[in-house]
Design a protein around this ligand. Structure first.
Ligand code: ARE
Ligand code: CA
Length: 484
């Protein structure tokens, strides 16, 4: 389950948070396919409860496994999956399988199914009280999780009062596997597993063992879904460790964004990045999905403060460029919508109860409240850089012993970054073949021209770089796919 299932030559996914299926289908065709993205993490596709003012977080409260949400119905979902697969872009579904709605309250879900969190009745599945953990499994006073040092409590009690499924039961495992298999048969390439820390590894293995192979006309024969589990392990003293989950699928790496934020916020000198990766206390590179921020921590929910987000574009772009230039981990780009940071519940741009279309401007960027970090030039050009240099190691590392760094990827790419308080003027060994290259940070390569800076690499592989530290983009990146 640890193989990303991308089409050849593609190595990054983007989380199109709260996008409609119809917009994602178009985005695959008009942008993600042509610009080399591997895939899209979509918001949970199953029926969820309806909360007043439609906050984004209602989608993390399942009512049933019917495929109707504000993003669209099953017909739209299938159309999106087919259209994305056709242009070599895979769909990864956010699977919320630890719990149902909040325990308490009642109502109807986005597909019209009734639910009752008091009696734990979810007839749309159906699940009833017998299918949830009770005082027999959970020993905390109010059935909620309070003590993250107690593995039993974290896994058998309620995460923020959400009705906790009894995943040890075959019936519950079967229902969840049936849901995931429905998505596999529709053509998805894998899953993000929400709140995996709150499920026993043995229960997850039992569910994953029930999963079908991916559709062979798209993925080839005998290919298993790509699975990355949300396990928040910051390397502290909590009872649950990421390594309990990495023997059978990947985990989301929360140390990554926390540490890079410290570097780009000048708490740790950038020169120390020379051994970025496992040496920084992170899992093996083949066991992680890495990211600068996610939909939770960009708004102060779930997992560590201080991460960089689109609200700080200069540092955010630099950190993302570093992530994409460096070989460690499988990379995920966050694609957000704008929100007032005093209201972390605010849902996506909407018109009454429906999500608004994503609007695209002539400069490739988005409008209408959609941030679309994945369409920022510095970011999509580095997604392409990563595709070009994949399979090579870090070489020709250079630093000024402080906040100016540079490194190459074999003989395929080279990046120079200046986070220091003075100008960078250096002639550096790039490892690249001689030629004139386009800097893909300041502009694009539009065959045969560069719209930004040009860098000349000599016969000896050396090139001169000059970077003003006060520039909005104090970095230069070149690769053999953008050579004049
Ligand atoms: C909402 C309300 C609650 C209410 C509940 C039920 O906010 O007050 O009790 O509904 O009615 C998201 C939101 C939640 C929201 C939930 C359901 O963030 O606020 O609850 O949707 O609507 C832990 C988990 C981790 C989890 C984070 C948020 O370990 O799995 O908390 N992240 C995922 C998703 C979230 C989602 C859920 C799980 C639930 O990405 O978007 O919640 O499906 C330390 C620990 C971490 C812990 C963290 C925060 O860092 O190490 O493990 O993360 O603290 O507590
Ligand atoms: Ca649980």
């Amino acid at each position: 389950f640890s193989n990303p299932t991308c089409a050849p030559g593609r190595h990054s996914i983007v989380h199109l948070f709260e996008w409609k299926w119809s917009d994602i289908a178009q985005e695959c065709e008009r942008f993600l396919g042509p610009y080399g993205y591997c895939g899209v993490q979509i918001s949970p596709p199953n029926e969820n409860c309806v909360i007043t003012n439609r906050p984004w977080r209602e989608r993390y409260q399942p009512v049933s496994y019917k495929l109707t949400t504000r993003s669209g119905d099953e017909h739209r979902l299938k159309d999106m999956i087919d259209r994305c697969n056709r242009v070599n872009v895979r769909i990864y579904a956010d699977a919320v399988i630890n719990h149902m709605t909040g325990a308490g309250g009642s109502g109807h879900g986005t597909a019209g199914s009734p639910w009752n969190g008091q009696t734990l009745s979810y007839p749309g599945v159906p699940f009833s009280g017998w299918d949830f953990n009770s005082g027999n499994e959970c020993h905390s006073s109010d059935m909620n999780i309070h003590n993250y040092n107690d593995a039993n409590e974290v896994r058998n009690c309620r995460l923020v009062n959400l009705a906790d499924l009894k995943l040890g039961k075959d019936y519950v495992r079967d229902k969840i596997a049936e849901y995931l298999n429905h998505l596999i048969d529709l053509g998805v390439g894998g899953f993000r597993v929400d709140a995996a820390k709150h499920m026993w590894p043995g229960d997850l293995r039992a569910i994953f063992a029930r999963l079908h192979n991916l559709k062979s006309d798209v993925f080839g024969s005998n290919v298993k879904p790509f699975i990355y589990q949300e396990v928040i392990d910051m390397g502290g003293n909590e009872a649950i460790k990421a390594h309990e989950y990495t023997t059978f699928a990947r985990v989301t790496d929360f140390i990554f964004g926390m540490k890079l934020a410290q570097v780009f916020r000048h708490k740790i000198a950038a020169k120390w990045l020379y051994n970025w990766g496992e040496s920084w206390g992170q899992p093996n590179t083949n066991n992680v999905v890495v990211f600068i921020d996610n939909h939770d921590n960009q708004r102060g929910h779930g997992g560590g403060g201080g991460v960089l987000t689109h609200f700080e574009p200069k540092l955010y772009k630099l950190a993302t460029e570093f992530m994409l230039a460096h070989p460690y981990g499988f990379t995920r780009i966050m694609s957000s919508y704008d929100f007032d940071r005093s209201n972390t519940n605010l849902g996506p741009p909407h018109d009454g109860s429906s999500i608004k279309d994503v609007t695209i401007n002539s400069d490739l960027k988005c409008g209408g409240g959609w941030t679309c970090e994945h369409r920022w030039r510095q970011i999509f050009n580095m997604v392409a850089f990563r595709n070009v240099v994949m399979g090579t190691n870090v070489q020709n590392w250079w630093d000024n012993t402080n906040y100016q760094i540079a490194f190459g990827r074999g003989n395929k790419g080279f990046i120079v970054m200046n986070m220091d308080s003075s100008r960078l003027e250096q002639t550096l060994q790039t490892g690249l073949p001689a030629g004139t290259y386009c800097d893909v940070i300041s502009g694009n390569y539009e065959d045969p021209n560069c719209t930004g800076k040009m860098i000349n690499v000599g016969n000896d592989g050396r090139a001169h770089f000059s970077i003003d530290n006060s520039s909005d983009d104090p970095s230069i990146a070149i690769h053999i796919g953008a050579r004049k």
